[in-house]
Design a protein around this ligand. Sequence first.
Ligand code: ADP
Ligand code: ASP
Ligand code: MG
Length: 401
Amino acid sequence: MLIVQKFGGSSVADAERVMNVAGIVTRAYREGNEVVVVVSAQGDTTDDLIAKAKEINPRGSKREMDMLMAAGEQISIALLAMAIETLGCPVISLLGWQAGFQTNSTYSAARIKTVNSERIRAELDRKKIVIVAGFQGLNKYDDVTTLGRGGSDTSAVAIAASMRADLCQIYTDVEGVYTADPRKIPAAQKLDEITYDEMLELATLGAQVLNNRSVEMAKKYGIELEVLSSMKNVPGTKVKEVTKMEKMLIKSVAKDTNIARVTIVGLPDEPGIAFKVFARVAQAHVNVDIILQSVGRDGTKDITFTVDADAGERTVAALKELCENVGAKSVTYDTDVAKVSVVGAGMETHEGVAARMFEALSDKTINIHNISTSEIKISILINKEDADRAVAAVHAVFFEN
Ligand code: ADP
Ligand code: ASP
Ligand code: MG
């Protein structure tokens, strides 16, 4: 079998953990498999590198940020390869470009265009374990790019897709995908399986256990993922097209505190105004999430919407001129909000999910600002300070009785 194994930062945080990973990898190799391993930077290395950059230049260019951040993974691949050498298996480490990762040129959020896996294939044919640096690639100018935070998951799935691997295992610091973040909610339960669509929603709504692009790609190429622990040898969670757990109404609760709320007060209440606002926002390459428009009164209306936290300032700047031209009173943003969501394909065929969720919040006197729904999720916007209590209350009503 051809197996792709991915190990996240905490799984390779120190020498002992690196040796532990080497043990998992060599076991799979000695069982007769071809093994390609993707690793992230050790522990908090990526955060530490970003902090170092901020000390020198808080607005360093994204190209140089990528040059810096990609260094973290280079350390991990070499250390893991050396650990595997001590266990007596043939091994080679490769940077993203050596492993054939071609990306577009959106520095710090690059998209993988292709993975030319010839080199990996050749090394496997030489009976080597191949270790690949996650999170990085090369653009058409031969510059190093990175894939966005958490991007090593996507590197692993991209290799699995390109090489038609039999198995793609995502090893991490929890035992799988849970009904809520198990580090925050001790009563959270591990799921045996979850569909691509549910996992994609969850990942997008703040559950960092898998990067959302990795799930998107796994769905597109039909790569079954297994999320499992690098510390404890127990079955994890399978991410696949169809699951047998349809009777489960809700699969998981997620929280996202990394958002900003943009508020425009006093827009003229006339046709085309929403178009003008969101066309500007799109021009600034900002992704918009929950939108709320007030009812018009005295010829004016307000529009509120959410964006990623780091896009708040940029969005307001992009809207300043338009707002002045149309005579709006103000355009501002704040980050005192959080989004709490429930996800599950079961809610498509069962009524009452929203009512139960809102009752749980009402019992804790948590005020809901906005609501947005799709077939398989309900998201609410609340004050950031209420977020943890809200997740606990919602988890309790669906999973703890
Ligand atoms: P890695 O370094 O292995 O990539 P991450 O820190 O990116 O790991 O993701 C794993 C973390 O995701 C867990 O430690 C956990 O706190 C968090 N998490 C959030 N929501 C969930 C969930 N529903 N199930 C499992 N883990 C979750
Ligand atoms: N090291 C990168 C990050 O911290 C990539 C990853 O962990 O997947 O975001
Ligand atoms: Mg991760």
